[in-house]
Design a protein around this ligand. Structure first.
Ligand SMILES: NC(=O)c1ccc[n+]([C@@H]2O[C@H](COP(=O)([O-])OP(=O)(O)OC[C@H]3O[C@@H](n4cnc5c(N)ncnc54)[C@H](O)[C@@H]3O)[C@@H](O)[C@H]2O)c1
Ligand SMILES: O=c1ccn([C@@H]2O[C@H](COP(=O)(O)OP(=O)(O)O[C@H]3O[C@H](CO)[C@@H](O)[C@H](O)[C@H]3O)[C@@H](O)[C@H]2O)c(=O)[nH]1
Length: 459
């Protein structure tokens, strides 16, 4: 059997690497139009940082895992074609700011139709609005050779960045939606089930109709993000009442009906998926004439935006209502630990707010590149004359970042931050030395003993 995947991003790359690793008899080719990305996948410096990914890729690459820019050949040769391209929020025209932009999906469908010489199973791996498969089938049918058979399956991906390899290796469930009502549909579903069954217990491979599968992905993300916005809303109440949000989260999480996960109050959720997918859900509800349902889910985003803004305002208010010219050390820029991804990271919004207030940012992140940070902050490393940006310094060393700083803000929960020498940091900061722990990861009592003024979320 031959599998190809269009899109070698955060999902396509690791997912296909795992399939190839677990299924030595299947040839897996990952194709992307971005040549630099493909070159990186073929090098020792993979374009995606994920714990354990290097080992999986190096075990399979060249054996039955290949990365290429020749998508047409990959399509032609494959029995199963995964589509794992981006589905960002639309930025133009109708639905701008909410609907998913399906341009890349449609282009893939047109390529698949054009270059297929035999029957194919086309698998939606990207996160898509419910009923996308309908449009996909129409485009495939209208543009392919007469009589060519395409089966469209939905197989959304639930991996989280930073734990992608564990999530792929041992998923809670694999979801496969297809045309349950036809013989050919059931056969296609069974074919994909057999691929995953190489390493996933069969009882964890769920099969549904197409629409349930497409919708379940959006709903899973909406429920997860809703928990974070819910606990973040309570964090504000805790700050007014001397309740401690981590204690509240623990107490409610012990109720087996609520459960302990995804109740960590924070500076706000980020990442490429939660906001985009909820906006997509909101758009769909509006489209299907359900404005009250749309408003209910939109509140999850509104609360998250409020939480991010609340954090930057807290910094400004605490530093005597002005950060103009003051150095603020930002520790962490990625949207969560163990990834170099900064898409929708809370740090970007907090950073932009502080720049508007004319602060000087000294930013340290163990994995995010300086170029990426400047890009996200909509700033340039140098001015027209080549002089370095006066408002932003990127520091490889966290101790350099905190030197002569008025405030230190934790934006990402990197484990290494817990082990910093805070006595040394305290000595080198202006006094009063303020810590704003946007992730509640530091030992606040210890910091207070050293002399810091500590502000945490929900305490
Ligand atoms: N990032 C995650 O953790 C995650 C998890 C689950 C689901 N998803 C979903 O998976 C999809 C992909 O996300 P991602 O984070 O991997 O995106 P990404 O931007 O990292 O990767 C998408 C890749 O597709 C390529 N591409 C675009 N058009 C192409 C074409 N016609 N042929 C071949 N390649 C093409 C791009 O060059 C890019 O490298 C999205 O729908 C996303 O919502 C993402
Ligand atoms: O209790 C929590 C848990 C997470 N977060 C934040 O929420 C964001 C998202 O975290 P996480 O869900 O772990 O990472 P993602 O890679 O965005 O994964 C989500 O989005 C993916 C893309 O759709 C899905 O596949 C995953 O199942 C889903 O967890 C990050 O900023 C986290 O810091 C919190 O603030 N508190």
């Amino acid at each position: 059997m031959k599998i190809c995947c269009l899109g070698a991003g955060y999902v396509g790359g690791p997912t296909m690497a795992m399939i190839a690793y677990k299924c030595p008899d299947i040839t897996v080719t990952v194709a992307d139009i971005n040549e630099a990305r493909i070159n990186a996948w073929n090098s020792d410096e993979l374009p995606v940082f994920e714990p354990g990914l290097d080992d999986v890729v190096s075990a399979a690459r060249g054996r039955n895992l290949f990365f290429t820019t020749d998508k047409n050949k990959a399509i032609k040769e494959a029995d199963i074609i995964f589509v794992s391209v981006g589905t960002p929020t639309k930025t133009y025209g109708s639905g701008a700011g909410k609907a998913a932009d399906l341009k890349y999906i449609e282009l893939c469908a047109r390529d698949i139709a054009e270059f297929s010489e035999g029957p194919k199973i086309v698998v939606e791996k990207s996160t898509l609005p419910v009923r996308t498969a309908e449009g996909l089938k129409t485009v495939l049918k209208a543009n392919s050779r007469p009589g060519l058979e395409f089966q469209v399956l939905s197989n959304p991906e639930f991996l989280a960045e930073g734990t992608a390899i564990d999530d792929l290796n041992d998923p809670d469930r694999v979801l496969i939606g297809g045309e349950e009502e036809t013989e050919a549909g059931r056969k296609a579903i069974a074919t994909l089930v057999d691929v995953y069954a190489n390493w996933v217990p069969r009882e964890r491979i769920l099969t549904t109709n197409l629409w349930s599968s497409e919708l379940s992905k959006l709903v899973a993300n909406a429920f997860l993000a809703q928990r974070i916005s819910s606990i973040n809303s309570i964090s504000a109440l805790c700050e007014r009442t001397e309740a401690n949000v981590d204690q509240v989260a623990y107490a409610i999480g012990q109720d087996s009906r609520i459960g302990p996960k995804f109740l960590k109050a924070s500076v706000g959720f980020g990442g490429s998926c939660f906001q985009k997918d909820i906006l997509n859900l909101v758009y769909l509800c509006e489209h299907f004439g359900l404005p009250d349902v749309a408003a209910y889910w939109e509140q999850v985003i509104i609360m998250n935006d409020w939480q991010k803004r609340r954090f930057s305002q807290k910094i400004v208010n605490t530093l005597f209502n002005t950060v103009n010219g003051k150095r603020i050390a930002m520790l962490g820029f990625a949207f969560k630990k163990d990834t170099n991804d900064t898409r929708e990271t809370a740090a970007m919004y907090v950073g932009r707010d502080l720049l508007d207030e004319q602060a000087v940012l000294a930013i340290h992140d163990p994995k995010v590149s300086p170029d990426q940070i400047f890009y996200d902050l909509k700033e340039k490393p140098t001015d027209a004359e080549g002089k370095p940006n006066k408002q932003i310094e990127i520091c490889e060393d966290p101790y350099v970042a905190t030197q002569k700083a008025h405030g230190l803000a934790i934006l990402t929960e990197w484990d290494s931050f817990k082990d910093l020498d805070f006595e040394k940091i305290y000595e080198n900061m202006y006094k009063p030395a303020f810590v704003f722990d946007g992730r509640n990861i530091l030992d606040h009592e210890k910091l207070r003993k050293i002399g810091f003024e500590v502000f945490a979320i929900g305490r």
